[in-house]
Design a protein around this ligand. Structure first.
Ligand code: ZN
Length: 644
């Protein structure tokens, strides 16, 4: 999974698997039959009816998940359930006792035939504490859209997860349904969704409503893009070529696309008003008020991924930010989610393979599930020209470095954090999987390439293990690192001993130097600086708080003979883009560049003479232009260039 705030920042993740082998006599008619009528939603509460057959027990426990695979925090979906009642075959009410936040006990379950309850949607719920990450939650907006992440709608009997689940949904007029599960239209806006286990049901979100959809068809394979935009803007056609680009890059990296019947579900939240308010009055209270409930991000599934993204209005959509940042980050997120098919959806330990929805146990290997996945996402982009070497390091990795350094490695190892991530103390360090974890993926790759003299890399090792275990088999959580080490030169074990199961601070240069890259924590460098007194500008203001910078710089005062006037607007991202490539200058001292100036709603180009100034840079990388032959060879291998 991946948690996002305005394009970058934080991430998370899920997975799922488990095919069940059912003998024929088991599949006759027994199982769960759910009924939902979307017309009956009342004040965000959705009535649900469950009919049960083929489950004959004296006592039963019915539950909703405490957490779902791919998320590494407690959700307690049972909190959103109310008025649960149970009936026997004669229609008499049976005793139901709530035994925990998520579970109900039926002490006389022998004749249990029907359960009814209501669920509140998690997005709009008044429950402020422990808000559920939006891409994992539910959203009921009658007349427009229903988002079902099924853990928030449907329950299961403990011990009876591997049975048929059938869900009948009566939609509202004009609605369409999208899910990666088997689905049949019954006519008159009625659909049936079928899965052969609770895991499968929970692993396939459903979008029901006025959804814009488009399909990528490649060699008989289908990738469906479903977009619901709160402002009704049709975006599936816009996202289609972008997702296609991502899929081609993944295919080139991995050799093939492991899952080819796949849905990208996008929910685009309208944040134009909020953005407007924040940019007009950028103060901390305003930001807090508007952002405390944001849950933008994404969650992976075996045959789909679900994204909650923000529309910040035309100001952003048409600006530099959209072009150079938004699509770039969308690529990164989509590739990250799809790559989760390899791990943990594919390759995973028994903690995930036999996921316990009521009492989930966490694996030690978040360095792998999230760290390596996130690293691979950036590597896919690097190897396929979606990101160049300078930006790979001085944008992507440099941003991660800021957060990576915050991990309290003296207090806990990465493996400990991972295994205990549901505990508060460890959970607050979770986000380091997308910074320190990503960088660990990079260093591990370089370590493998170096010690194997370029014969192996991280991808080849992961690929070997993925082929070995597939989706159905789980590796042993305690033995995974040893098993991994059997496939690589002995010296790689130092990496795990120091950074995964050990407390060492990371020595980035030890590994980066193998490919002629060096990391610098802090240095003062001479860099291009366009806005200075030479250009006639005395003062400017960035017209937003950094979290929400839309790129606009408002000039507040200038010297008398300047072409720039007070009140003019320049774009910070455009300036960066014209002058700097990562941290390498794109221009020389005294060069003239043209920048867009906005004055009285009119835009025109004005010339600027480039000045250089000393500035302190933190967390930057220097790419050696003259690497040794060995550094050059290993760098090329790492970048996927096999020809030179
Ligand atoms: Zn993830």
């Amino acid at each position: 999974m991946e948690k996002l705030l305005m394009g970058k920042v934080v991430k998370k993740s899920i997975c799922l698997v488990l095919l069940l082998i059912f003998s024929m006599h088991n599949s006759y008619s027994g199982g769960y039959h759910y009924h939902i009528d979307l017309n009956t939603v009342d004040r965000d509460k959705l009535p649900v009816v469950l009919e049960i057959s083929g489950i004959e027990e004296d006592t039963l426990v019915f539950y909703f998940p405490k957490a779902v695979p791919g998320t590494y925090s407690i959700a307690d979906f049972g909190r959103f359930v109310s008025n649960l009642e149970a009936y026997n075959k004669s229609g008499d009410k049976l005793k139901a006792k709530k035994i925990s936040k998520n579970a109900y006990l039926f002490p006389n379950a022998a004749n249990l035939q029907k359960i009814t309850y209501s669920v509140d949607d998690t997005w709009d719920s008044r429950k402020k504490k422990n808000k559920i990450f939006a891409p994992t939650g539910t959203h009921f907006d009658p007349g427009n859209i229903f988002i079902f992440n099924n853990a928030g709608v449907f329950g299961s009997f403990s011990g009876f997860e591997k049975m048929d689940f059938k869900v009948n949904i009566q939609m509202q007029s004009g609605m369409q349904a999208f899910t990666s599960s088997e689905m049949h239209n019954q006519g008159n806006g009625s659909i049936v969704i079928q899965t052969s286990s609770y895991e499968e049901l929970v692993d396939a979100p459903v979008m029901l409503g006025h959804v814009d959809s488009d399909t990528i068809n490649r060699n008989g394979q289908q990738f469906v893009i479903n977009v619901y935009h709160e402002r009704g803007i049709p975006l599936a056609g816009v996202l289609k070529p972008e997702m296609e680009k991502c899929l081609l890059a993944i295919e080139a990296f991995w050799g093939y696309l492991p899952i080819t019947n796949y849905h990208f579900h996008f929910y685009i939240e309208d944040f134009t008003d909020v953005h407007e308010e924040i940019t007009q009055k950028p103060n901390i209270i305003n930001v807090y008020k508007n952002f405390r409930n944001i849950g933008s991000g994404a969650l992976e599934h075996k045959h789909s991924s679900f994204y909650v993204l923000l529309d910040l209005g035309n100001n952003i959509v048409s600006s530099y930010l959209k072009d150079i940042h938004y699509m770039g980050f969308l690529h990164e997120v989509a590739i990250h989610e799809y790559l989760h098919i390899i791990a943990p959806i594919g390759l995973h330990s028994e903690k995930i393979g036999q996921f316990n929805f009521l009492d989930p146990q966490m694996s030690k290997h978040l360095w792998f599930y999230e760290g390596v996945t996130d690293y691979f996402a950036s590597l896919v982009m690097l190897q396929n020209g979606m990101l160049d070497l300078e930006l790979f390091f001085n944008k992507t990795m440099s941003e991660k470095m800021v957060y990576a350094e915050k991990f309290p490695n003296e207090k806990m190892t990465f493996a400990e954090m991972s295994e205990n991530v549901l505990d508060k103390k460890y959970n607050k360090e979770y986000n380091s999987v997308y910074s320190r974890g990503t960088l660990m993926g990079l260093l591990l790759d370089l370590s493998i390439i170096h010690y194997s003299d370029g014969q192996l890399d991280l991808k080849s090792v992961v690929s070997h293990l993925y082929e070995k275990y597939g989706y159905k088999e789980s590796f042993n959580d305690d033995q995974f690192i040893d098993e991994f080490l059997e496939l690589v030169p002995d010296s790689v074990s130092r990496f795990f001993a120091r950074y995964v199961t050990g407390h060492d601070p990371i020595d980035y240069n030890e590994y980066l130097n193998k490919i002629g890259i060096s990391f610098h924590k802090r240095d003062s460098l001479e860099m291009p600086y366009v806005l200075g007194i030479d250009n006639g500008i005395l003062d400017y203001k960035i017209k937003a708080i950094p979290l929400f910078v839309n790129g606009d710089i408002k000039i507040t005062s200038t010297i008398a003979d300047s072409d720039v006037k007070p009140g003019d607007k320049l774009n910070f991202f455009e300036i960066q883009d014209r002058l700097l490539h990562g941290i390498s200058p794109k221009v020389a001292l005294q060069d003239t560049v043209f920048l867009t100036v906005e004055r009285n709603s009119e835009q025109f180009q004005l010339p600027f003479k480039v000045d250089f100034q000393k500035k302190v840079y933190r967390n930057y990388f220097v790419i050696d232009e003259n690497p040794t032959d060995r550094q050059k060879l290993l760098r090329n291998l790492w970048m996927g260039r096999t020809n030179n």
